[in-house]
Design a protein around this ligand. Sequence first.
Ligand code: F0G
Length: 377
Amino acid sequence: MSTGNHYLGLLDRYRDRLPVSPDMKIVSLVEGDTPLIPLENLSRAAGHDVQIFAKFEGLNPTGSFKDRGMTMAVTQAVHEGTKAVICASTGNTSASAAAYAARAGIRAFVLIPDGKIALGKLAQAMIQGAVVIQIQGNFDDGMRIVKEMADAGPISIVNSINPYRLQGQKTAAFEICDALGRAPDYHCIPVGNAGNISAHWVGYSEYAGVKPRTQSCAFCTDTCRFERPAVVSNRPVMVGYQAAGSAPFLRGGPVDEPETVATAIRIGNPQSWDLAWAAVRESGGWFDELTDADILAAQKLLAEREGVFCEPASAISVGGLLRDIKAGKIKPGSTITCTLTGHGLKDPDTAIKQSQGQVLQIPAQTDLVKRAILDRL
Ligand code: F0G
């Protein structure tokens, strides 16, 4: 399709840094190119001369960062002649897999945990025609089952253990560098299964022309991209935040019964354990945890002070950062990016619950409505 300068998605834009061959038929929903929003109010309030940016990944076509990896993974799966994709998911991966499979005309099978999935995500998978399998277990149980089915037939796993997923996801780091003209000083990111923090580190490293020390070719498919010329000369400190009830990186090993209001990151046994540790160690970063109350407070703060509505799991990056600025862990004058991984509309129940009392019930009379407004000006 000839489209002049029309943006055609991240596989097209970053083709020379991705395992995309000329004979591949790209499966795309024109994902990526998400806004890097300066959080001016929160930066001012945080002090220390910091500049905070939100990379709002909730503005991808299915409302989360998963689309970056899914366009690559499904493109590769179709190229290999697969008939179906399968994933375990806390919701966003399933929504994305369902969408890209629909686009490609193949089947999607998605395993979701019992009851603990935000309504919007379930709606997406269902309307997009995925076979939704709710298991009596959590994400980690689903992941185990999916891995055990690896040789079940012409079906591709599209969880982030699929290296093509992470290749696609690394482009978020490229976009941030392209927008800022350099890498940020710090990158704050929610951590669940730990693919995204790992993918970002690869992206930042690649753009800086540095091969990550502890990652040999876990990410490399047939094409090692680290020989490409450097675009920037720095890499950020990577900071990963987990929910306190689901924080294996803070506990030093798997958590059996993960629990958190941030259902997207309700994961006790992250698959990209080593890669995520490598990202944090090589960058001089750290992991930290937030309570559910702090996660929800951060979600509300972002919505109320910046007009940015992300899902609870996403807000953890900003909540954690603001705490770390206060604690003096972030150098004054720093530029920081926070990944907001998913859109707030994914999980309306949680948003409404934590906004209780904000809907005024008033008879349909102008004078009463007027008074209610004037009282609040
Ligand atoms: N934020 C959101 C909104 C997510 O959906 C996820 C993961 C993460 C953060 C964590 O990213 O796993 O790469 O560390 N969701 C997966 C899913 C597990 O099934 O949708 P990660």
